[in-house]
Design a protein around this ligand. Structure first.
Ligand SMILES: Cc1cc2nc3c(=O)[nH]c(=O)nc-3n(C[C@H](O)[C@H](O)[C@H](O)COP(=O)(O)OP(=O)(O)OC[C@H]3O[C@@H](n4cnc5c(N)ncnc54)[C@H](O)[C@@H]3O)c2cc1C
Ligand code: SF4
Length: 410
């Protein structure tokens, strides 16, 4: 299918342009970019390798520090992390670190490098619930410490929310390749196993020396006003379906999106790339309070999405939605053939033996729970890191060290 949805909106570098970009780097001594990467991917070091045309060395630096390096290269909000503090900004603009990393990991794939090697089994095993980025990184970090690792995923597809990030930003091919690499390291995946239903937490505790919970924020929120109408869908369900069907879904020509975060912006852009003529996004926040990153917001606007800020939905009759402004006295009526709700996600940990406080497990410090055998990481963990892929990678790396320590490692 020749759909705009399937094509990257941002071209990658070639061998010449990646070296040109790397040669703009100031080779800072105490590099702010590396300090700001939650995953510790060490951009200053891999950029230095690229400057000296050592792509292999650069790939080793990325991979040894970040099991999802090819994914982070594409989806990391670099403007918030490594590129934010880049010293080159003081001269003209920051180094395009994300795209350099993308070139390096594409190179790694093209020349079939196998960088990570698992040591001899240490005789202990860890069961992981969920297969999102936090679980995948934890699986790799534990495997590299010699643990046998088994991952239990309720869906029939691995990758968690990575399977919702639209194809034009994160192709399935890249996710498949990262997971294949993890399988090759010896991590065993069980698909279609809902822990808490198909298997109990006790089953996992009997089968493994430790259990790690990483179920993420898997469920989309509904607004009561819109409940029960057949032309209303949740953003997470819509994005999952479009991606699974490679853009091959039917959408009407007049769509209303409700929500103003990055997920709403993904829905907006996806709609336009699928060819929808009228996409109107009504957002609770006013522009100054927007949750979506500036890059995503501007991207959606450039594609022709109409974004209206500061309104709350007050009624819906199955076709027409009425909104009232939060501050000024103003009403708005919008007719649409399809409504997509992107008003947040929530976690469900029923059957997993933990309690959530404000959406997070915060029962013990540093990824512990009340049960000494059970740990948490990723979006549900109470941690210092954002609910992002790279935040998940960081929690996955850290929790592996805590599990190792609890099982007699260093
Ligand atoms: C549309 C969208 C776009 C995004 N875009 C970006 C982006 O551009 N950049 C970025 O950094 N972040 C982005 N994010 C956020 C990022 O994807 C999440 O922060 C990250 O995936 C969280 O990782 P996780 O491992 O905690 O959980 P998840 O990725 O949510 O994975 C959890 C997994 O656990 C499984 N599971 C849940 N309960 C059970 C159970 N009981 N038994 C078995 N399996 C279970 C779920 O099915 C799921 O596969 C986006 C999120 C969405 C939804
Ligand atoms: S902060 Fe910018 S200029 Fe300095 S090492 Fe990192 S990428 Fe290069």
């Amino acid at each position: 299918m020749d759909s705009k949805y399937l094509k990257s909106l941002e071209p990658g570098f070639d061998p010449l342009t990646v070296c040109e970009e790397a040669s703009r780097c100031l080779l800072c001594l105490d590099a702010p970019c590396s300090k700001a990467c939650p995953a510790g991917t060490n951009p200053d070091k891999f950029i230095r390798s690229v400057r000296f045309r050592n792509f292999k060395g650069a790939a080793e630096i990325v991979r040894e520090n970040n099991a999802l390096g090819a994914i982070c290269a594409r989806v990391c909000p670099t403007e918030k992390y490594c590129q934010k503090g880049c010293s080159r900004s003081g001269i003209d603009r920051p180094i395009d670190i994300g795209r350099i990393q993308r070139y390096i990991t594409d190179y790694e794939e093209a020349v079939k490098m196998e960088i990570l090697k698992a040591p001899k089994d240490n005789g202990k095993s860890v069961g992981i619930v969920g297969s999102g980025p936090a679980a995948l990184q934890a699986a790799v970090s534990l495997r590299l410490l010699g643990y046998k690792v088994e991952v239990y995923e309720k869906e029939n597809v691995l990758g968690g929310m990575l399977r919702l990030i639209p194809e034009y930003r994160l192709p399935d091919r890249v996710v498949d390749h990262e997971i294949k690499r993890i399988e090759d390291l010896g991590v065993k995946f069980h698909k279609g196993v809902f822990v808490g239903k198909d298997k109990s937490l006790d089953d996992l505790k009997k089968a493994h020396d430790a259990v790690l919970l990483a179920p993420g924020y898997s469920y989309g929120k509904m607004l009561q006003l819109f409940e029960g109408h057949k032309n209303v869908v949740l953003a997470v369900d819509f994005l999952r379906e479009v991606k699974a069907k490679k853009g091959g879904v039917k959408v009407p020509n007049n769509v209303l999106v409700v929500g103003g975060g990055d997920v709403a912006m993904d829905v907006n852009a996806t709609m336009k790339l699928l060819g929808v003529e009228h996409v109107t996004d009504v957002v609770y926040e006013q522009f100054v309070e927007f949750k979506a990153s500036k890059k995503e917001l501007e991207g959606a606007q450039r594609l022709g999405v109409t974004i209206i800020d500061g309104y709350v939905p007050v009624s819906f009759d199955g076709k027409k939605a009425k909104f009232a402004h939060r501050v000024i006295k103003s009403e708005l009526e919008i007719e649409a053939d399809l409504v997509v709700l992107a008003v947040g996600q929530y976690p469900d940990v029923s059957g997993l033996g933990v309690e959530l406080v404000k959406g997070e497990v915060n029962e013990g410090a540093d990824y512990h729970t009340k049960d000494p055998k059970v740990f948490v990481c990723g979006d549900i963990a109470h941690s210092r890191f954002d609910k992002t892929v790279v935040g998940g990678v960081r929690t996955g790396k850290e929790v592996a060290l805590y599990i190792d320590a609890s099982l007699g490692g260093k």
